[in-house]
Design a binder for this molecule. Structure first.
Ligand SMILES: [Zn+2]
Length: 311
């Protein structure tokens, strides 16, 4: 039988502002995307995405997921889902549960993209990442966009303990403090607990520190998986059995991570690579489709493409 199931991936539901990574969907677009889904699909909890449909419905199945643990997930996204009567899974990092500061990629965005030609230093930012020298010119808007992209791409494949010193060094080079803002606010313990209490919302793990899993030693992988599961289970009083891999390419996944996820007691794991889901899909390698800030017509077009198996 032809597979027609799809898992959608969101990050933030908020009025975007500058959003160079395309992680935010506006509340208005999110609500209209949900109406499209309700009309055209059978929206099920993620854990049911591979079950045989109970209903006679010929409509394709969809599950909704969120990564990272931003505060807006529970404050804005979940109420819109609840009003529409739709379930979703939220993959929370230990960083978001802690609720202090911002993710490194948001700090990087502030440090570089909040600069203007007047405040940007004339000297380039020079740094060694993973043994490779990077020299980032910050003098013009175009140069800053390139620098932001290059640093983001190089840093995301490094372990967390190598990323933080680079962000610190950049902050020092610029002579500016690392900013925090409302848009990037993390959910924190209270936020996660309120989110978990909303009917239909399921909490899953997205690791403690959001590392690229294959960049970690076996022991560190297991710590990320076991400890995040324990913290979230304690926080919500529900057994946490869903996991999502940080970052979105083939380098974000390896067999040792899959084995560690099974051992840690999870029942499924999502990736960020695109694909449809069938009953034969490995439940520890569930592919997803990332949703952007688009209105009804564009979203319908994307859905058509996705169900034809096109990214
Ligand atoms: Zn911010």
């Amino acid at each position: 039988m032809r597979s027609r199931s799809l898992v959608l991936m969101y990050h933030q539901i908020t009025e975007a502002g500058a959003d160079p990574s395309g992680l935010a969907v506006s509340p208005k677009n999110f609500a209209s995307q949900l109406s499209v889904l309700k009309e055209r699909c059978e929206v099920v909890p993620l854990r049911e995405i591979q079950l045989r449909s109970e209903s006679r419905s010929k409509r394709p199945r969809v599950a909704i997921t969120f990564d990272d643990g931003y505060a807006d997930n529970g404050e804005v996204g979940a109420p819109i889902l609840e009003a529409a009567g739709l379930p979703a899974s939220f993959f929370i990092t230990g960083i978001a549960l802690d609720g202090q500061g911002e993710f490194w990629w948001d700090s990087l965005e502030h440090l570089i993209l909040d600069l203007n030609d007047g405040s940007a230093p004339q000297d380039p930012f020079e740094v060694v990442i993973g043994g490779q020298r990077l020299r980032a010119d910050l003098r013009t808007v175009e140069a800053r966009m390139r620098a932001h992209k290059a640093l983001n791409r190089r840093l995301r494949v490094r372990p967390p303990e190598e990323i933080a010193p680079v962000i610190e060094a950049l902050s020092l080079h610029l002579g500016t403090k690392i900013q925090t803002c409302e848009r990037h606010r993390l959910a924190g313990m209270d936020g996660i607990q309120s989110l978990a209490r909303i009917p239909g919302m399921t909490i899953g793990s997205h690791t403690l520190s959001h590392p690229l899993m294959p960049s970690l030693h076996s022991e560190a992988k297991r710590h990320e998986l076991i400890e995040s599961r324990r913290l979230l289970t304690d926080a919500t009083g529900e057994s946490v059995v869903e996991f999502a891999f940080p970052y979105g390419n083939d380098g974000a996944f390896d067999d040792d991570s899959e084995a560690a996820i099974r051992e840690a007691g999870y029942l499924l794991a999502c990736r960020t690579v695109f694909g449809l889901v069938s009953r034969r899909t490995n439940p520890f390698q569930i592919p997803r489709a990332m949703v952007h800030d688009i209105g009804v017509q564009d979203f319908e077009g994307r859905l058509d493409n996705w169900f034809r198996g096109r990214a």
